[in-house]
Design a protein around this ligand. Structure first.
Ligand SMILES: [Zn+2]
Length: 341
């Protein structure tokens, strides 16, 4: 049975809360599991665990929900570390399916909110780091976009945006963001982000810089607002059962890049994490992760760089033995306590 979409969770949360998360449903699932012999590996994908929500993240999981998920998973699955996956071990007579917890990008709240829970339950997890943002006050481009639009000092009109050479389609949406009802602004923000995703990193940076100038943004996050992890936080987690994987340096769309640049992105991040944690880095996650964001050449370069496993964001699960370890499927973790498999 697959993970349901978020609307179903909300509905179920209201109607059948106790049944689904605890008793009866799990017994039915157990009965279904008796009929199959293969053991599965589910890889859950998280980004952020926090009390607050963030505009472009639908899947910020509240720490309380995260704790309930971890408790549930620990009971029902064998929780494994995909960076140290010994397939033969899991393939053998083991009654439980495996599950791995992964966190993409390297947000600071993985340390402040998720890590204490992982430690409390002694559960392994893997964090994929976009190393160009670690130990800096820099924001990933979509966080930068939200920052600019929500913290604008002066609202630019279409003429001003044109003066700053902002692409007309994006300029039009930026104007709508400021002029339409606040209830609609999130949809518009997502539309702008979807357009920006198509640009190469250099062009994206140019657009965001111009937009920041047009909006008179001078203030960026300070050290107590730092959004991404520091190397010190990474080291502390590495000493307590959290493993780290590559997620490139600048979090680009690898599908739009030249061969040498792709290789640099993949290798540089691996070497830096290895130097900082003093541990081998064996697992990688493709930025954005869908089929349109990597290709055969990218997969080959990931293999050549020495990665044994790599995660996509294609939805699904793996069965042992894993047929395509360099394009493994995942499931997005829901922002509710309810997980369905
Ligand atoms: Zn990412």
């Amino acid at each position: 049975m697959d993970l349901r979409n978020i609307n179903n969770y909300i509905l179920m949360k209201k109607i059948v809360k106790p049944i689904f998360f605890y008793g009866g449903f799990n017994r039915v699932k157990g009965a279904l599991r008796w009929n199959r012999t293969e053991r599965r590996l589910y890889i859950l994908m998280y980004h952020r665990v926090d009390h607050r929500s963030y505009p472009l993240f639908e899947d910020v999981v509240h720490p309380k929900d995260f704790e309930r998920q971890v408790r549930f998973l620990k009971k029902k699955f064998r929780i494994v570390d995909i960076s140290r996956l010994d397939q033969s071990e899991y393939f053998q007579a083991n009654n439980k399916d495996c599950i791995a917890l992964t966190f993409d990008d390297g947000y600071r709240d993985v340390y402040s909110q998720a890590f204490p829970i992982l430690k409390k339950y002694n559960v392994p997890a893997t964090v994929f780091l976009a190393t160009g943002y670690i130990n800096t006050l820099r924001l990933l481009w979509y966080d930068r976009l939200s920052w600019i639009l929500y913290k604008t000092i002066s609202i630019p009109d279409i003429k001003k945006l044109a003066k700053y050479e902002i692409h007309p389609k994006i300029a039009h949406d930026v104007c709508s963001f400021f002029s339409e009802k606040p209830s609609n602004s999130l949809n518009i923000l997502r539309r702008i982000a979807a357009q920006l995703k198509k640009f190469k990193t250099k062009e994206q940076n140019f657009i965001l810089e111009s937009l920041a100038n047009a909006c008179n943004i001078e203030e960026w996050p300070g050290s107590n607002e730092r959004t991404m992890l520091s190397w010190e936080e990474v080291s502390q987690m590495a000493m307590h059962g959290v493993s780290f994987g590559g997620h490139t340096v600048s979090h680009p769309n690898l599908n739009t890049m030249e061969h040498t640049d792709i290789r640099n992105e993949i290798i540089t991040s691996k070497l830096e994490i290895e130097a900082q944690t003093q541990k081998p880095v064996t697992v990688f996650a493709y930025p954005y992760g869908g089929k349109e964001y990597y290709n055969e050449n990218v997969v080959r370069l990931v293999k050549e760089a020495g990665y044994k496993y790599a995660c996509t964001t294609n939805v699904g699960f793996e069965t042992f033995p894993i047929k395509r370890p360099l394009t493994m499927k995942r499931k997005g973790a829901p922002n509710s306590p309810y997980l369905f498999f």
